[in-house]
Ligand binder design. Structure first.
Ligand SMILES: [Zn+2]
Length: 145
């Protein structure tokens, strides 16, 4: 969790923007995971409870050593984190992306765990193998042991 984040893979950011756009006007929320210091994976809660906000559903996801933070959308288009957002940020890593309507490549921002804006480079890399799902399988699988 203390690892330095070099940036986000362009494909991962594209995925976030597309999913946020298709969720509109509802909120989309997921967790971010890194491979070798680059954000390459987004995990989304399978069961979205309709009684709580999309952001609150994130607390149901397993935290892995590769978890670096969260991502969620603001259908209003505002990119500032709310007080509830910052409470989530403080509990789950140091890299939190908010994407806003109209979900284009400029309508997003990244924040640290106390809600200060931080820089996040978009990197053109090939995503080969995800370390994340391997870890989660090792933790929660166990069929082969
Ligand atoms: Zn929010």
């Amino acid at each position: 969790m203390k690892k330095k984040i070099k940036g986000i893979a362009r494909d991962a950011l594209k995925f976030v923007l597309e999913v946020s756009a298709s969720s509109h006007p509802k909120e989309f929320a997921g967790m971010l995971y890194e491979t070798d210091g680059i954000i390459t994976d987004i995990d989304v809660p399978i069961t979205q409870s309709s009684n709580v906000s999309a952001v609150m559903n994130l607390f149901m996801l397993p935290v892995s050593p590769h978890t670096v933070g969260s991502v969620h959308s603001h259908p209003s288009g505002a990119l500032q984190p709310s007080d509830a957002d910052i409470r989530l940020f403080m509990q789950s890593g140091n890299c939190h992306i908010i994407v806003g309507y109209p979900y284009d490549t400029t309508s997003w921002a990244c924040y640290d765990r106390i809600g200060d804006r931080r820089k996040l480079d978009v990197l053109d890399i090939e995503i080969e193998e995800s370390a994340v799902y391997k870890d989660i399988q090792e933790t929660f699988g166990g069929e082969d042991d």
